[in-house]
Design a protein around this ligand. Structure first.
Ligand code: ADP
Ligand code: NI
Length: 221
C-alpha cells in the first residue's frame, strides 16, 4: 500500500523537513518554511484522495522550493543541490530521479510548461498552486509585493499582455495586478480531481475578495 510509509521513509521525511526548515525559515518572499508546511499538508490530502505514492509526494513537496531559481545562482545549481542531498541520504536512484523530475517541472512559467508526467508530479504541483489561490494567496501576494516595494494597487498598471514592452519594462507591478496576471488563471491549470475541487472553492474566495476590494476603492461600500 502506497499510503503506509516504512520507518525508513518516515525518518527520511523528517530529515527533509529539518533540512528545509534550516534552509528556508527566514525567507521573506513567500517561500518560508510555513509555505512548505502547507504544501506538504495539501499534497498529503490530494495524494490520499488520488491514490498517489504518499512518500514521493511528501518528499517532493518538502524539497520543491530548495531548488527555486530565486534562491539559487541558477535552476541547474538548485537541482544539483537537491540531487546531492538525496544522494547523501541514500534515496534510491528511481525515487531520486522521480523527485528531481517533479521539482524541475513545478514552475508556472506563464502556464507554458508541459504537463507533469506522473500522478505524484500532478499532486505536488496542485498542492503548490493551491497555496497561491485563496485566503493564503492574498496574504502571500501582498507580502511579496511589499518585499519588492510594489504598490497595493494602481489602476494604470495592467496585466503584462495588455501593456506595451516599454510600459512593462519601466513600470512597477502591483499586488492586485498579480491576481490578473497569474492567480486567477491557476484554477484552470489544476491537474487532479481533488485539486480542482479545492481550487474552485479557493478561487471563489479570491473573486469575492477582489469584488469587495474594488467596491471599497471607489467608496461604494
Ligand atoms: P511558488 O514557487 O511557491 O509557486 P512563486 O515563486 O511564484 O511561488 O511566488 C511566491 C508567492 O509570491 C506566490 O504566492 C505568488 O503568488 C506571489 N508572487 C509572485 N510574484 C508576485 C508579484 N509580482 N506580485 C505579487 N505576488 C507575487
Ligand atoms: Ni512553492
Amino acid at each position: 500500500n502506497q499510503l503506509v510509509l516504512t520507518k525508513q521513509e518516515e525518518a527520511l521525511l523528517e530529515a527533509a523537513e529539518a533540512y528545509v526548515k534550516q534552509e528556508l525559515s527566514g525567507e521573506g518572499t513567500g517561500h518560508d518554511y510555513w509555505h512548505i508546511y502547507r504544501v506538504v499538508q495539501t499534497a498529503e490530502k490530494i495524494a490520499i484522495a488520488e491514490g498517489a505514492n504518499l512518500y514521493i509526494c511528501k518528499l517532493a513537496a518538502y524539497l520543491h522550493d530548495i531548488a527555486d531559481e530565486k534562491l539559487n545562482p541558477s535552476k541547474e545549481a538548485g537541482i544539483s543541490k537537491v540531487d546531492t542531498w538525496l544522494k547523501e541520504h541514500h534515496v534510491s536512484d528511481t525515487d531520486r530521479s522521480h523527485v528531481l523530475e517533479i521539482i524541475g517541472n513545478m514552475s508556472y512559467n506563464g502556464g507554458h510548461n508541459p504537463p507533469m508526467r506522473t500522478l505524484e508530479g500532478k499532486v505536488v504541483q496542485d498542492a503548490d498552486r493551491l497555496d497561491a489561490i485563496g485566503a493564503i494567496s492574498v496574504a502571500r501576494a501582498f507580502v511579496y509585493a511589499g518585499s519588492k516595494g510594489h504598490l497595493i494597487y494602481d489602476p494604470e498598471v495592467k496585466p503584462r499582455e495588455e501593456m506595451t514592452q516599454e510600459q512593462y519594462r519601466t513600470g512597477k507591478n502591483t499586488a492586485i495586478n498579480h491576481f490578473y496576471e497569474k492567480l486567477l488563471k491557476l484554477k484552470d491549470l489544476m491537474n487532479t480531481k481533488h485539486g480542482i475541487e479545492l481550487a474552485e472553492k479557493r478561487h471563489q474566495f479570491m473573486e469575492q475578495y477582489l469584488d469587495q476590494f474594488f467596491k471599497e476603492w471607489e467608496g461604494h461600500v
